[in-house]
Design a binder for this molecule. Sequence first.
Ligand code: PLP
Length: 393
Amino acid sequence: MGTYARQNIVFARGEGAWLETSCGERYLDFGSGVAVNALGHAHPRLVAALTAQAGQLWHTSNLYRVAGQEKLAERLVEVTFADKVFFCNSGAEACEGAIKAARRYHFVSGNPERWRIVTCTGAFHGRTLTTLAAAGNAKYLEGFGPEAPGFDHVPFGDLEAIRAAVGPETAAVMLEPVQGEGGVHVGSADYLRGLRALCDEAGILLVLDEVQTGVGRSGKLFSHEWAGITPDIMAIAKGIGGGFPLGAVLATERAATGLTPGMHGSTFGGNPLATAVGYEVLDAVLEPGFLDEVQRKTLRLRQGLAQIQDQFPDLVSEVRGQGLLVGIKVKVAPAEVVASALSEKLLLVGAGDNVVRILPPLVVADDEIAEGIGRLARALTRLSQSDVSKSQS
Ligand code: PLP
């Protein structure tokens, strides 16, 4: 179906931060499949884990215990706020599961009237009908029938707006600690701490969507760690699978009480192949020094981008982000920058609010960062020259 406006390019293989077409043209991947390939392409550990699992067992369904699922869940519980994990296959499913958990928690706690969820404008939680309603982006909702009810939208970053929106029917507040698709808007530590306190005072749950920010992308294992808070429920996907479809809902014991046997499920969720890969990704990101390296590389990338901003004030108005989730706000259409970068064999990703996202794999090397900055400078030079030629003609 014609759902994607794809670039006319086909990649045949990848290694680390590089992708190669069947003609042997090499591209530097600073998009990571939209924040997915945390360990880059064809990481030997992931290839080994997947192929070993492929020779043993692919699928049994959740009618039975799944060893790899239990192993990954135990590790997630060990290193996060969570006591319970539910596995699914994508970010949208993880957000749906998080919404269901939050509503059911109040239902089984004797407060069935608490089912509404406060969410933020500019958010992105996926493309299912409910996650679209959660984000409330009119452009994506049009023509799909009545909008799923139960979401109250407030501007991102405005604690008082959330306070005003919380009422006797509110079950939870749900948001991304850094809005990715919306244009790399970083929620401040004060905002997140304020939210945690507000949710506790109101007796409602804090649900974080860390689908894009999670698993090392922010420079911490999870972005909320920067604010020193923990959520009650968290949706993850993208990075945890390193390129294999995997999502999860993490929750405290209390917040998970509503999801009793039969109340939620997924045929493929927590499949042996996906969880074998997920465990290796998590284990690699948790290796001593890995996240320190992500933070060090973040600084290097930001230094390079600060120079780019100085060099191209007519094209770049701001650089912002957290960890290796960086946005450059541009003064032309982001698609023009993405296209110009593609001509320089550099892959970038567009976002809302006139932002171009830079999302290298977490394992990107220093010389690759320098190479990426060089290619971006050439792409912007090309754009500014075409602007000059346009204005002269
Ligand atoms: N939540 C966030 C924060 C995302 O960035 C995305 C995808 O971009 C999603 C949810 C949806 O994930 P998926 O496309 O895997 O359904």
